[in-house]
Ligand binder design. Structure first.
Ligand SMILES: [Fe+2]
Ligand SMILES: [Fe+2]
Length: 186
């Protein structure tokens, strides 16, 4: 099933957006490191690898289906300063909404083209985005409840540090080498 030029272009743009997501989250990880939140730093480290894995998955798909990948667009300048842990996760949630919209646009193109292989591939990412939004929304809600209770915040940071580094993309791409700075559980 050949890719239309429109679908090819939008999928290549999605590769760039997934890599940009990794970069956005790396900016957040840098802030957490600076602000001394080792747990949140670990959580964000896993998130960075997950986004790179999504990019790999899109690259694999484009190549498998005989698409073209002549170049990947530039990644925007990255913010590394935030006001608080809550501020980070609010920005993260906004970013995931933006990515969800762009996955939907890819899916709409696949449907218009009647490209069923692309449709199957992209539906995996519709589900993935629901999970991603849910993760970030949960952190935002919890951090709003914690407010300026410092001891609750440090406890929550510890909890965030338990996020595992077991990474598989919705379509099966795997990074098997990851071990987190705190040796997250499988
Ligand atoms: Fe992603
Ligand atoms: Fe994401």
């Amino acid at each position: 099933m050949k890719l239309s030029k429109e679908l090819n272009d939008i999928l290549v743009e999605q590769v760039r957006r997934e890599l940009e997501s990794a970069q956005v989250y790396n900016g957040m990880r840098i802030y957490f490191k600076d602000a001394n939140y080792p747990g949140a730093e670990q959580w964000m480290t896993v998130q960075i690898f997950e986004e790179v894995l999504h990019a790999e998955d899109f690259i694999n798909f484009i190549q498998e289906i005989g698409g073209e990948l002549p170049s990947i667009g530039a990644i925007a300048e990255t913010k590394c300063e935030y006001d608080s842990m809550l501020d980070v996760f609010e920005h993260g949630l906004e970013h995931e909404f933006y990515i969800s919209d762009s996955i939907k646009a890819c899916l709409e193109q696949a449907i218009e083209d009647k490209n069923y292989a692309a449709e199957n591939f992209l539906r995996g990412y519709i589900d993935e985005q629901l999970e991603e939004e849910d993760h970030f929304r949960t952190q935002v809600e919890t951090l709003r409840e914690i407010g300026d209770n410092k001891s609750a915040l440090y406890k929550y940071d510890e909890y965030l540090g338990t996020r595992s580094g077991n990474l598989t993309s919705p379509n099966g791409a795997v990074f098997a080498f990851y071990t987190g700075p705190q040796g997250g559980e499988e």
